[in-house]
Ligand binder design. Structure first.
Ligand SMILES: Nc1ncnc2c1ncn2[C@@H]1O[C@H](COP(=O)(O)OP(=O)(O)OC[C@H]2O[C@@H]([n+]3cccc(C(=O)O)c3)[C@H](O)[C@@H]2O)[C@@H](O)[C@H]1O
Ligand SMILES: Nc1ncnc2c1ncn2[C@@H]1O[C@H](COP(=O)(O)OP(=O)(O)OP(=O)(O)O)[C@@H](O)[C@H]1O
Ligand SMILES: NC(=O)CC[C@H](N)C(=O)O
Length: 563
């Protein structure tokens, strides 16, 4: 190790390994093994310092788990083991872990080197907005000075610390040579631009290079996209690690003869385009949910419609065709086209398709309920019974074979409550929950034209063109079309975009060309459907206003926006 240090000092070069690991929340031993593997890779790349993401030892976000004394005991023994492992002369290791001190609990970065803990930096800025609730479980620490690692004064920060100026300012004033940020930053559309904007601002304020290391992988609704990077002291992007995959990317920080510290050019992975990123988030979110929770695979209802066709494609790409099974459950309203389209989707994706007609169950319920319903005519009750029968069948398949039910509702439907409680809403997880119907069309066209990196599904199309082109229908009554109950999806999604994503007053939407009555009606449906959303399964967060933690409204709520 001594010879390594001398080499580093002589060349004035610090080699970092930006290690994107995929921890499982609560699996301290398994995560510690991943940290050792990352450090091994870093050693093979000749790194002096292996850097991992925020709370890499316990997974992020740990929520109330972090307050369990038994978890903290497991953390302490894992840190002892990891510190001891650094006595071998290999790279120093930065691990994200909770840190208890003076009766308080901090979200911290540990520096392990030469067999010891050589530094602990506590997070100063705790995010408490959107999906984050860190003030609930962690205490705030004052901004800190740099930590010395292998003769370098490193400005170490934890995630949100980079999103405000004070930590970086304090580090620069107290002599940091470069900024190093460990992150648990979940993906959302445009998130990369947000991160870069904050990182560039910190670089410009301090004149220091900045290295940013993120986690990768799915944790319930959140998906961490990796995409770690390094900026030079002028804000130029010098290293870009790949999005969506675990692995270790080398980066070099150099002291020049003029006494400046610069980031050297290294690997630059291309930035995925928006649809590819959204699709990758859905794949990784589902794969990690299913695998980390120990399901053999998933089962879903395949109707011949676009939502279940796209959900099937994502599942096959994420898990492989042999871990996905589909069920067509025709009723008297199911068209020949729907039967054919479902069969074609299953064939294109290479999955097993079972057919279970629901008519016998529909008849049985009709007979059973007739004495109570008396002479009341058919209405939405009978529509929902069909949807619920399908839910019962899928849950029975899940119970019998162990596969998790993949629910298929999209954000447009979940916004206005166009789904049946305990019917098509039943299931364990959803990949479309946070994408509007118009995006479902775009994603389907996109996936038919290309296969994303890492996908396990077919090279060619995943659904016949007709599934994308035909008018959406729930087929719960004769000739039913979604547009009988809802505005066309172009209009519906534009209104929802305004109401949900941008929280615009109705007046502004009307100024943008929307119809006042339609906006008021959709807003009412949005408020009224809150009860359904509270009972809906979790699903991949894609937008900045995912239903659930990002957007919290009361269920019991008489407010109506008149502005
Ligand atoms: N505030 C509240 N808190 C708790 N529970 C509340 C509630 N308000 C109603 N409820 C309960 O919810 C029930 C109504 O909800 P629910 O039974 O789901 O039924 P509902 O929302 O009335 O009907 C479902 C709608 O979704 C459409 N759909 C169904 C299936 C698939 C698709 C599709 O295209 O994907 C569309 C269907 O055509 C129909 O228009 C009430 O009878 C009541 O029991
Ligand atoms: N005939 C069917 N066979 C199998 N599953 C069905 C059938 N009809 C509906 N489902 C399941 O219920 C979900 C809701 O479907 P529905 O057809 O009512 O509306 P949708 O939101 O337009 O969905 P899709 O575009 O998949 O048809 C479907 O995605 C599917 O999982
Ligand atoms: N874990 C964090 O502190 C994350 C918060 C930060 N704003 C982000 O999304 O990247």
């Amino acid at each position: 190790m001594l010879s390594d240090r001398i080499r580093t000092d002589m060349t004035q070069l610090l080699t970092l390994a930006l290690a994107q690991i995929n921890p499982v929340v609560g699996d301290v031993e398994g995560n510690a093994r991943q940290l050792l593997e990352a450090r091994q890779q870093a050693a093979e790349q000749g790194a002096d310092l292996c850097v991992t993401g925020e709370l890499s030892l316990i997974g992020y976000p740990p929520e109330d788990l972090v307050r369990k004394p038994a978890l903290m005991r497991a953390v302490a023994s894992a840190l002892d083991m990891l510190a001891a492992a650094t006595a071998d002369g290999g790279p120093a290791l930065i691990v994200g872990a909770p840190h208890a001190e003076g009766g308080k609990l901090y979200n911290a970065a540990y520096v392990l080197d030469g067999g010891h803990v050589t530094g602990v930096v506590r997070k100063h800025a705790l995010p408490n907005y959107g999906v984050f609730d860190e003030l609930r479980v962690f205490d705030l620490a004052p901004p800190a000075g740099p930590v010395v690692i292998r003769g370098w004064r490193v400005g170490l920060m934890v995630c949100e610390d980079m999103w405000r100026p004070d930590s970086a300012e304090c580090l620069a004033e107290s002599g940091a040579e470069f900024l190093l940020v460990i992150n648990g930053s979940p993906y959302e559309v445009d998130k990369r631009d947000q991160r870069l904007a904050h990182a560039v601002a910190r670089v410009h304020e301090t004149g220091l290079p900045l290295a940013y290391v993120n986690l990768v992988g799915g944790q319930d609704e959140l998906v961490f996209d990796g995409a770690s990077f390094v900026l030079d002291r002028d804000g130029a992007l010098k290293v870009q690690a790949p999005a969506w995959i675990s692995g270790t990317t080398p980066a070099h920080i150099r002291r020049t003869e003029a006494g400046e510290v610069v980031a050297e050019a290294g690997p630059l992975s291309p930035e995925p385009e928006v649809l590819e990123a959204v699709y990758s988030a859905m794949m990784l979110g589902l794969a990690d949910y299913v695998n980390k929770n120990g399901f053999p695979g998933v089962v879903l209802g395949l109707s011949g419609g676009i939502d279940s066709a796209l959900s099937l494609a994502v599942a096959v790409d994420a898990l492989g065709a042999d871990r996905v099974r589909a069920v067509m459950m025709p009723s008297r309203y199911t068209s020949r086209d729907s039967l054919d389209d479902a069969a074609l989707c299953a064939e294109l994706c290479g999955v097993r398709l079972d057919e279970i007609p629901i008519e016998p169950a529909v008849q049985a319920f009709s007979t059973m309920l007739a004495p109570v319903f008396g002479n009341r005519g058919p209405d939405v009750t009978e529509e929902n019974i069909q949807s619920r029968i399908r839910g019962v069948i899928l849950m029975a398949m899940s119970n019998k074979f162990g596969d998790m039910v993949l629910t298929t509702g999209n954000k447009s439907e979940m916004s206005v409550g166009y789904a049946t409680l305990y019917g098509d809403m039943c299931g364990g997880y959803s990949v479309l929950k946070d994408v509007y119907k118009m995006t479902v069309f775009e994603l389907s066209r996109w996936r038919n034209a290309q296969k994303p990196e890492g996908a396990l599904g077919p090279d060619g199309p995943v659904m016949p063109e007709r599934v994308i082109a035909k008018p959406p229908s729930a087929e719960l009554r004769e000739d039913q079309k979604d547009e009988d109950s809802l505005p066309p999806y172009e209009r519906l999604d534009a209104i929802l975009e305004g109401l949900v994503e941008k929280e615009l007053p109705h007046r502004v939407l009307v100024e943008q060309g929307q119809d006042r009555d339609e906006v008021d009606r959709i807003a009412r449906l949005l408020y009224v459907a809150e009860y359904k959303r509270r009972q809906s399964p979790p699903g991949v967060k894609i937008t900045g206003r995912a239903f659930g933690r990002d957007r919290r409204y009361p269920i019991t709520n008489r407010f109506r926006d008149r502005a």
